[in-house]
Write a protein that binds this ligand. Structure first.
Ligand SMILES: *[C@@H]1O[C@H](CO)[C@@H](O)[C@H](O)[C@H]1NC(C)=O
Length: 424
């Protein structure tokens, strides 16, 4: 029953219709996907231009009619009709697009299965019975959403087809989730980095359409309790930090290499925008956005994770990497397939743990004021903390002074897990 409430709470952000507790696409949409799934001979969609017309038709059968970015049509046409080779275009329209249409046909049943599956997960540390169904993870409410990689594939196919309703996202601190701006930016201000961002996404669709990955990815909003009566990890004040004699956990410093290439199990920092994903779906192409292009499943979190507050962080476990790349910002280039060989955990998540912690924006000298030092320390603490150990942290920071006796009892590192190496 509770899962059904979760579904209702997010249904206005999803493109499917919920009626008499059944999820479905409007029939005109089903017909359009069926035609697309049979390939260009049936759908006539064999160019970027015709693809955008098909997308517009499908959108007309849905309830949200907020206009797409004005150059999106030109962007689709530029990418699929001019920038990629004819051979690549043939493969895209002949094989990949039909496979995506198939995934989209399955989307309502994938969602049903998601909400019907047992919602209590016992393997997330000690947090028995934690709910994990797809819902908005609102600000100041800690929570976790566990999605199969297949459901994420369907969500990202919805983004590609620009099907998500857009009207209430901004007012609820949610970024745009459709790909119209990704394509319109390609046309409005053509540059190779934008072309290569799209190549990463297209490559992801190519991979999942030839072999759908079978694992899971979790997205968690972590919150430090500002109010001491709350039952989760407290947000320490300046005094607690300055008096703290708790040792840091062990860490290693690596002076070369890229975060995503690190083979040790580590927390991998996303130097995030307070809006998870930053400019990934518009023009951005630096650390966070690049990560979202090579591990596109991260994008799914942008659907349901509103803006982070100072006392919040986001942790994603299991996002698979699909692309190799070179360069950074304007020199960013997709350079082929990447096979992610990371192990998986008992929940089927790749052991890639990414934490998004947004730093202050251009703070200048303000960053050295107490208030801002504490803000940054707590932001990092939130990202690196383990919500399973909230009781231990509560003891650590209790009543503004540390109970030093407890230090000898195993609270030697704030992370609680000395195996974690921090890679910056
Ligand atoms: C993914 O999570 C679901 C729900 O908890 C679980 O039933 C399934 O076994 C997991 N998949 C894998 C590959 O472990």
């Amino acid at each position: 029953m509770e899962q059904r409430e979760d579904l209702k709470s997010i249904i206005s952000y999803l493109p499917v219709v919920l009626r008499s507790s059944t999820l479905f696409w409007p029939s005109a949409v089903v017909e359009a996907f069926k035609a697309l799934s049979k390939g260009p001979q049936h759908s006539n969609v064999d160019s970027g231009q015709l693809l955008f017309l098909a997308i517009s038709d499908i959108r007309n059968s849905l309830s949200d009619h907020t206009p797409l970015a004005s150059s999106a049509a030109d962007g689709f046409s530029l990418f699929f009709d001019d920038l990629i080779s004819r051979a690549e275009a043939n493969k895209w329209f002949g094989e990949i697009l039909p496979a995506l249409a198939d995934v989209l046909l399955r989307f309502p049943s994938l969602l049903e299965a998601h909400y019907n599956s047992s919602d209590s997960v016992n393997c997330l540390g000690s947090r028995d019975g934690l709910k994990t169904s797809l819902r908005l993870l609102k600000s100041q409410e800690p929570g976790i959403v566990l999605l199969s990689q297949e459901l994420i594939g369907a969500l990202l196919a919805c983004s590609f087809f620009c099907l998500f309703p857009n009207s209430s996202r901004g007012a609820n601190d949610l970024q745009v989730i459709n790909f119209d701006h990704l394509f319109s930016s390609l046309y409005d201000n053509y540059n190779e980095k934008q072309e290569n961002k799209i190549k990463c996404i297209i490559h992801y669709f190519e991979r999942i359409s030839s072999s759908m990955p079978a694992g899971n990815v979790s997205f968690e909003r972590k919150v430090l309790a500002v109010d001491q009566t709350l039952d989760y990890i407290p947000s320490p004040e300046a005094e607690a930090w300055s008096k703290s004699v708790v040792s840091l956990c062990q860490f290693e410093v690596c002076s070369s290499g890229l975060i995503e290439d690190h083979s040790t199990e580590a927390l991998e920092v996303d130097f995030a925008n307070k809006y998870f994903g930053g400019g990934a779906l518009s023009r951005g192409c630096v650390q966070e956005e690049i990560r979202f292009m090579i591990n596109p499943e991260l994008i799914a979190g942008m659907l349901f994770l509103p803006c982070m507050a100072d006392n919040e962080a986001i942790e994603v476990v299991g996002a698979e990497r699909f692309s190799k790349y070179t360069g950074y910002a304007s020199s960013f280039r997709f350079c082929g397939d990447f096979l992610d060989k990371k192990d998986t955990d008992i929940m089927g998540r790749r052991k890639t743990r990414i934490i998004a912690i947004d730093a202050l924006v251009n703070p200048g000298k303000r960053q050295f004021l107490h208030e801002f030092l504490v803000r940054e320390a707590n932001k990092a603490f939130c990202g690196f903390s383990d919500p399973c150990k909230s009781q231990s942290y509560q003891k650590l920071f209790k009543d503004d002074h540390l109970l030093e006796v407890q230090l000898d009892q195993g609270y030697k590192c704030v992370d609680g897990n000395s195996d974690n190496v921090l890679v910056l």
